[in-house]
Design a protein around this ligand. Structure first.
Ligand code: ZN
Length: 109
C-alpha cells in the first residue's frame, strides 16, 4: 500500500472516481523503485491533463520540486536525443556526398 492521498476529494467520505484514481496511482507507484517512480511522475506532469506538479505532489506525497526536476531531466534527455539524431543524419548525408564525388571521379579516370 502506497501513500494515501490527502486532497479534498479523497478526504471526503464515500467512494468517488477521483479517490479511486488517486489510490490506484499510489498503488501503482508503490510497485516501482524510487527512480522509476520519479520517471513516471515526470512523464505524467508533462501532460497537464494528468495534473500539475502540485496536484501530483499532493496525491503521491512526493515533492513538487522533485517531480519538476524529473520532468526537466526527461525533456533535456529528449532534446539531447533529437540533437544527436539530427547530427547523425547530417554526417550520413555528408558521407553520401563524399561517396558520390568519389564515384564520379572514378568514372572520369
Ligand atoms: Zn486525492
Amino acid at each position: 500500500m502506497g501513500h494515501e492521498c490527502q486532497c479534498a476529494a479523497c478526504r471526503e467520505p464515500g467512494a468517488s472516481i477521483t479517490r479511486e484514481k488517486h489510490a490506484q496511482l499510489n498503488t501503482f507507484l508503490s510497485g516501482l523503485d524510487g527512480e522509476r517512480q520519479m520517471q513516471f511522475l515526470g512523464l505524467e506532469s508533462i501532460n497537464p491533463a494528468h495534473g500539475s506538479d502540485e496536484e501530483l505532489a499532493q496525491i503521491t506525497g512526493i515533492s513538487a520540486a522533485a517531480i519538476a526536476k524529473s520532468r526537466w531531466q526527461i525533456q533535456y534527455r529528449w532534446l539531447a536525443d533529437m540533437r544527436s539524431a539530427h547530427w547523425r543524419q547530417f554526417v550520413y548525408r555528408e558521407n553520401n556526398h563524399e561517396n558520390a564525388k568519389g564515384r564520379s571521379h572514378e568514372k572520369g579516370t
